[in-house]
Design a protein around this ligand. Structure first.
Ligand code: COA
Length: 173
C-alpha cells in the first residue's frame, strides 16, 4: 500500500477536457481517445473518478455498473499521468472503485486489457485481479483472441470484492 498526496474524487464533466488531449500520450502513443467519449464524465459520474494534485488531474478511472447483472462493475479505462506512475495513484483509484462498488452491493469488478500490455497485466494482478480462462496464453496469461474484434485480443480480468482489503495473497507474490 502506497501513501500518496493526491485527492480522489468523482469526475466532473469538465475533467474530460483536461484528460482527453493527453490520453494517447499516456498510453504510449496508442490511439485511445476514440474509446473514451465524454459520456463517461457525464452519464457515469458515480463510477468515474479522478486523481487530482494541486488542481491538476493526474489520473482517472472510468467504470460502470453492469446493466445486465448489477452485481458486476466493469472498469473501462484506468490511466495515470506517466510523471505520476509508480506512486500509488492507480491503486488509490481502484481502491476507491472497490469501496464504491462494495457499498452498492456489487460482488465483482471486471476489466480487460491487451495481452501485450504487460504493465497493465502486472498492475491488475497486484490489484487482486485474476485472469479468466481463455483459449490461448501469452507469458502464461490466458487471453481471448479477437475478443474486441479482429486483431483486438484481450485478457479478461476479474476481481472479487469479498477478498480482504488490498490484494489476495496468492496472485503475484
Ligand atoms: C497501469 C497504470 C494505471 C498503473 O498506475 P500507477 O499509478 O503507476 O500504479 P501504482 O503506482 O498504483 O502501482 C500499484 C502496484 O502495481 C504495480 N505496477 C504498476 N504498474 C506496473 C508496471 N508497469 N509493471 C509492473 N508493476 C506495476 C506497482 O509496482 C504497484 O505494486 P507494489 O505496491 O507492489 O509496488 C499506469 O501505468 C498507466 O496509466 N498505464 C497506461 C494506461 C494503461 O495501460 N491502463 C490500463 C489499461 S485500461
Amino acid at each position: 500500500m502506497h501513501t500518496i498526496a493526491v485527492t480522489i474524487r468523482h469526475a466532473e464533466p469538465d475533467d474530460y477536457d483536461s484528460i482527453i488531449p493527453s490520453l494517447d500520450a499516456w498510453w504510449g502513443g496508442r490511439q485511445m481517445a476514440g474509446m473514451l467519449p465524454r459520456l463517461f464524465f457525464t452519464f457515469f459520474r458515480p463510477w468515474t473518478f479522478v486523481a487530482v494534485d494541486d488542481g491538476a488531474v493526474v489520473g482517472f478511472l472510468a467504470a460502470f455498473q453492469s446493466q445486465t447483472d448489477p452485481r458486476q462493475v466493469y472498469c473501462h479505462f484506468i490511466g495515470v499521468d506517466p510523471r505520476w506512475r509508480g506512486r500509488g495513484v492507480g491503486e488509490a483509484l481502484y481502491q476507491r472503485l472497490f469501496v464504491e462498488a462494495t457499498s452498492r452491493g456489487c460482488l465483482e469488478v471486471l476489466a480487460v486489457t491487451a495481452p501485450t500490455n504487460q504493465g497493465s497485466i502486472a498492475f491488475h494482478t497486484r490489484m487482486g485481479f485474476v485472469p479468466l480462462s481463455g483459449p490461448r496464453t501469452e507469458h502464461g496469461v490466458p487471453f481471448t483472441p479477437a475478443y474486441d474484434g479482429p486483431g483486438e485480443d484481450r485478457v479478461r480480468f476479474r476481481r472479487l470484492l469479498h477478498e480482504p482489503a488490498g490484494r489476495p495473497p496468492s496472485i503475484a507474490d
